[in-house]
Structures are given as structure tokens and as C-alpha cells.
Design a protein around this ligand. Structure first.
Ligand SMILES: [Zn+2]
Length: 84
């Protein structure tokens, strides 16, 4: 059996079930920081902390639709962590 484990593959095996992802999206989280979008379009994203997955969270599309499932931090969370 040969496994394709290329780290750059766009779709990785998801670490979290869809049920947990929905719970995290509904979870009420206090905002820890507001990070302005680097695209300069005026968007502001909110960093929080999830008690369900014990990770920082962000409400940007990149985090919600990809990194929540893959277990990675988006650039906003990385910027927040670098500051604290
Ligand atoms: Zn983000």
C-alpha cells in the first residue's frame, strides 16, 4: 500500500469531525484581540479561544473553512501569538 503524504497537498485528512466543527462555530467565545485584515479592505477579524478544541480561534474565512479542520493557525492567530 502506498500512501500519498505530500505535505503540500491542498486537501489533508481532517483532524476534527464535522460535528465538533459545528460546535466550535456556535460556541460563544470572548474576543481576545481584533486583527485588521492585511489585504487592507477594512475587514477586522476577531481572535478568541475555544474551550472545546483548546485552541485559539479566528473568524476569518481561511481559519473557519480550512484551518479549523486541519489544526493549523491562520496568519491572524500567528500575529496575535507573536504579540503576547
Ligand atoms: Zn484569521
Amino acid at each position: 500500500m502506498v500512501y500519498d503524504v505530500q505535505p503540500t497537498a491542498p486537501v489533508r485528512s481532517y483532524l476534527l469531525s464535522e460535528v465538533i466543527i459545528e460546535d466550535v462555530k456556535r460556541e460563544k467565545r470572548p474576543t481576545l484581540a481584533e486583527i485588521a485584515s492585511s489585504t487592507g479592505d477594512g475587514s477586522v477579524y476577531h481572535i478568541g479561544y475555544s474551550d472545546i478544541i483548546k485552541r485559539f480561534t479566528c473568524d476569518c474565512p481561511d481559519w473557519q473553512y480550512r484551518r479549523l479542520a486541519t489544526g493549523e493557525n491562520c496568519k491572524h492567530i500567528k500575529a496575535y501569538i507573536a504579540r503576547i
